[in-house]
Design a binder for this molecule. Structure first.
Ligand SMILES: [Zn+2]
Length: 489
């Protein structure tokens, strides 16, 4: 495609989004897609990744296929496009009734944007229909899921490779992600069969999110700290915890303290999760006590606080989760609570799930005998995730290959946890130490940096107290201040 002038691009941007200029990173990616190149774009959360696939199709014509790993994320993106006036959008996912699904499939060629899940894409009649369309390009959203183990892992995402291999002339692929280690970028390149892709990797630093690490003795001390902090400080905030039980427990305590808070985790019914998410977006809930099931694709620009009850099992996940604060560009604060026993817990949670070679062989044998992997996995006491991952590799590479993959995964996991422990226990500027893990440097100069560099009292006091309905706690002076809109600290 011939080179597009700056003016043409800007006009198009204006027409589609109403904005006059691109945000950093967007334009290069869009130009690369327009040039027909395979492209990997690592843009920080909140940088406007979706525009990168939204805009080029207006110039190329045809259809864009967006493969999105999470249904909630997909629903969000579809809703957003529709809000912007785009009518030519379809979402092919398990939310559709069989009737709706065949209607969408019949009319596929009419859509400009088709969203689908990896699982749906692998259904034969769907994959063939999609491959026969005039696809301008294919987008792998949240592409780091390709190389992740755990909640985000989707074996079918790996099968994208087979689907891509079935094209005689494959359209260019755009992989989008917020954070990616070198390993993840290598995996993306490999699994998506990219041909010397253009890579646009933006530093993961979020200068308006100040970083704080607070050492505490144990879990009880953390619970106390969380209650004290959250009942005096305003949100909106996300409290990340490692287990469903702890999410429920802390949400209960906070509610008892008068904080509008709710739990969010994958063990909840889908409707309940949607409701909590919606209430948080609307501002009816101020705090969410969540496992890592919460957050991907959720666009709430004014999240002021992120608190981690415990560090996540990798720096990439940590940086992604704290990146949900301050998308509006305003000063925000991310706090990591750390106690010495966290290291053991993290290793346990992370590695305990991985099946050992004996379990992999057992699973392989059962699968050979025609037993469904889920059933065999249950007999072997394996988690659903473990079964999903192991079964994928058994099918791909046999029992020995899969056992080797599991060992590789275990080694990778423990390396990542080691990094997080050194990060949490280390000395010196927290921002520098975190970015170091990505081979990056802080981008801003005039920033409120971290608790090692020193944080200003007003940020820690969280300047504006929560506007909650707690009259009993206010003395008359506070009430008057409030009536006159004076922020007391
Ligand atoms: Zn610092």
């Amino acid at each position: 495609m011939e080179t597009i002038s700056q003016e043409q691009l800007t006009q198009l941007l204006k027409r589609i989004t109403g904005y006059n200029s691109f945000r950093p990173g967007q334009e290069e990616v869009i130009r690369s897609v327009l040039a027909g190149r395979d492209t990997i774009a690592v843009l920080p959360t909140g940088a406007g990744k979706s525009l990168c696939y939204q805009l080029p199709v207006h110039l190329t014509g045809g259809t864009v296929l967006i493969v999105s790993p999470l249904l909630s994320l997909m629903e969000d993106q579809v809703a957003q496009l529709k809000r912007e006036g785009e009518k030519s959008v379809a979402a092919l996912n398990s939310f559709l009734t069989p009737g709706e699904k065949s209607a969408v499939l019949r009319n596929l060629h009419q859509y400009r944007f088709i969203f689908t899940s990896p699982e749906m894409l692998m259904q034969r009649h769907v994959s063939e229909r999609l491959r026969s369309l005039r696809l301008a390009y294919i987008v792998a959203d949240e592409a780091h899921c390709i190389s992740q183990w755990g909640f985000d892992f989707r074996p079918d995402y790996l099968r994208l490779r087979e689907w891509l291999a079935g094209f005689s002339e494959r359209p260019p692929v755009l992989a989008l992600t917020a954070t990616a280690s070198d390993k993840a970028i290598g995996d993306i390149e490999n699994y998506l069969m990219m041909h010397s892709p253009a890579k646009y990797i933006h530093p993961p630093d979020r200068p308006n999110v100040a970083l704080q690490i607070i050492p505490l003795k144990d879990r009880e001390e953390k619970t106390e700290w969380i209650r004290r902090e959250i009942s005096r400080a305003s949100g909106p905030g996300i409290l990340y915890v490692q287990s469903r039980k702890r999410a429920e427990m802390l949400a209960g305590l906070l509610r008892a303290d008068g904080v509008p808070a709710a739990a969010f985790h994958a063990g909840m019914e889908k409707d309940d999760r949607m409701l909590v998410q919606q209430q948080f977006l609307n501002g009816e809930l101020e705090w969410i006590c969540a496992t890592n099931a919460f957050g991907m694709g959720i666009n709430k620009p004014d999240v002021r606080r992120i608190i981690h009850d415990q560090f996540p099992p990798s720096a990439a996940q940590y940086i992604q989760e704290i990146g949900r604060a301050g998308r509006d560009g305003k000063q925000s604060l991310a706090t990591l609570l750390y106690s010495p026993s966290d290291a053991d817990a993290a290793v346990f949670i992370s590695l305990d799930e991985l099946p050992d070679p004996a379990a992999v062989r057992f699973l392989a044998e059962c699968m050979n005998n025609g037993e469904p992997p889920e059933q065999a996995g249950e007999r072997a006491g394996l988690s659903e995730t473990a079964v999903r991952v192991a079964a994928y590799w058994i099918a791909e590479e046999g029992a020995d290959g899969a056992a080797g993959r599991m060992e590789e995964l275990a080694a990778g996991k423990s390396r990542e946890i080691g990094e997080m422990i050194r990060f949490a226990e280390g000395d010196g500027c927290i921002r520098e130490r975190l970015l170091n893990l990505f081979g990056a440097r802080p981008v801003g100069t005039d920033v409120v940096c971290c608790s090692a560099c020193g944080l200003p009292a007003d940020l820690l006091a969280n300047a504006v107290p929560a506007a909650r309905n707690r009259p009993a706690l206010l003395d008359w002076q506070e009430r008057i201040d409030r009536l006159f809109g004076v922020a007391s600290s």
